[in-house]
Design a protein around this ligand. Structure first.
Ligand code: MG
Length: 452
């Protein structure tokens, strides 16, 4: 059964050969170009840079989007095979009015997508995304005559520019002295080449698997525990210091400790934040569904955590608005504004290696120092009406909790928290609970499920 083409604030996502075709991508490129032109003065010549992950349909979609942009008079800089955060770095480096990343992130191979980024490095706001969607469906493209068509140029500087930006956040020499042994699993996405290059410059001995960017994923691409058993085994066999796993567009990072134990994506942000907090007192931003570990660390170092609605653009927006020193999401997405307001596995890797180098501690030691929580996630079917009723009942049930309603409801209690929200893409509600004791987290989830 053909699925619907999804157009959301982060762009368009669909199945190649079914609903995501070259003509759809060209029109979407024209819609984005038309939108950007409306914001600029008439004489400004605009440029947009385009990157793609390793999916075999990437070049087709890259060419199609480029054609759509040129047709409305926008110049295009083709970056080629890159990771999503590199598009953010390059658009600012080149002074582009926007960026496009061809990726379906952690979705399986049949999918691809077109992700839009504005000149501030963040996805369009809800209103801006609605405007782009309106232009796309109404086909109100501001096509130009022949001499005014956009031109295409090619740029191969993404790896070196991005790595240099990441190295501004760490002490390269201090890490290189440690000669860390690292196992890297890039799941045949776009991450392999640039990450191997960065790790080599950091003096690491790298054992890379699934590093060829073929787009034919060696395992289910989301970097979760059940998909990374192979990586865990190799870390143990190789007696490596750390195992690193990226999703196909390498904005997410999961870590395996020196014993071959998957530590959980929530620790990626916690470890990165620990390194940053230890050097700079400041604010951090993360979404309502992310672990309390970052709050514990912020308290330890005299820092502060801001919570936002779920969605990378919300976290990035809060970081930009509050000059946050670190931020991101519990799914392994670390954001450091010194590099850019986009989740970036390279930043995550660099900050964690810096923490290891400075402290002289292993990953498992650092993890046990931070301590942990049990987190339980469930989802259940619920339409809008049912969701509203459940939210009301939950508010009565957790009347003593500190309640945040900026995205669904999050109830903060002394021994844990529970967050319920409706999904943006499917008619389901998600419930996430976290507590020191697993039984307590389970109880909170069950309390919500009992309302269903
Ligand atoms: Mg991703």
């Amino acid at each position: 059964m053909a699925e619907e083409l999804i157009i959301s604030i982060s762009g368009m996502r669909g199945i190649v050969g079914e609903n995501l075709s070259a003509s759809v991508a060209t029109d979407y490129g024209s819609a984005f170009g038309t939108f950007l032109k409306a914001d600029y003065k008439k004489d400004d010549k605009l440029a947009v840079c385009i990157g793609r992950d390793s999916r075999p349909s990437g070049q087709m979609l890259e060419s199609a989007v480029a054609a759509g942009l040129c047709a409305v008079g926008v110049d295009v800089v083709v970056l080629g095979l890159v990771i999503t955060p590199s598009v953010g770095v390059m658009l600012r480096q080149l002074g582009c009015a926007g960026g496009v990343m061809i990726t379906a992130s952690h979705n399986p191979l049949p999918y691809n997508g077109i992700k839009l980024i504005l000149d501030n490095g963040v996805a369009p706001s809800v209103d801006q995304a609605a405007k782009i969607k309106e232009i796309y469906f109404a086909r109100e493209f501001s096509y130009v005559d022949s001499p005014s068509n956009g031109r295409i140029v090619y740029n191969e500087d993404s790896y070196s520019v991005h790595i240099a930006r990441v190295f501004d956040t760490i002490d390269v020499g201090e890490i290189a002295d440690k000669k860390f042994k690292v196992v890297l699993d890039s799941v045949n996405g776009a991450g392999g080449p640039i990450t191997k290059q960065m790790l080599a410059k950091l003096g690491c001995e790298v054992y890379a698997v699934n590093d060829e960017p073929t787009g034919i994923f060696a395992h289910t691409p989301e970097p979760t525990e059940k998909n990374l058993t192979g990586l865990c085994d190799i870390v143990k066999q190789q007696k490596a210091d750390i195992g690193l796993a990226q999703d196909p567009d390498a904005d997410r990072l999961a870590i395996v400790d020196e014993n071959g134990v998957y530590i959980g994506e929530e620790y990626t942000l916690a470890l990165a934040a620990k390194n940053v907090f230890s050097k700079t007192k400041g604010k951090a931003a993360t979404n309502l569904s992310t672990s309390r570990m970052i709050d514990d660390l912020a308290r330890e170092f005299g820092c502060e955590v801001l919570r936002t609605a779920v969605g990378e653009a919300n976290v990035a927006g809060a970081m930009l608005g509050n000059d946050c020193v670190i931020g991101g999401e519990g799914n392994g997405g670390v954001i450091d504004l010194r590099v850019g307001p986009i989740r970036d596995s390279l930043v995550g890797i660099a900050l964690v290696l810096q923490l290891m180098a400075e402290s002289g501690k292993t990953v498992s030691q650092l993890v046990s120092e931070i301590g942990g929580y049990a987190m339980i996630k469930e989802k259940f079917p619920a339409d809008k009406n049912k969701a509203a009723i459940i939210m009301d009942q939950a508010k009565q049930m957790f009347a003593d909790a500190k309640i945040d309603t900026s995205d669904g409801c999050r109830f903060d209690l002394d021994d844990g928290w529970v967050h319920i929200r409706t999904s943006n893409t499917e008619p389901v509600m998600r419930v996430i609970a976290e507590a020191k004791e697993k039984d307590v987290a389970r109880k909170y989830v069950n309390d919500i499920l009992a309302l269903v």
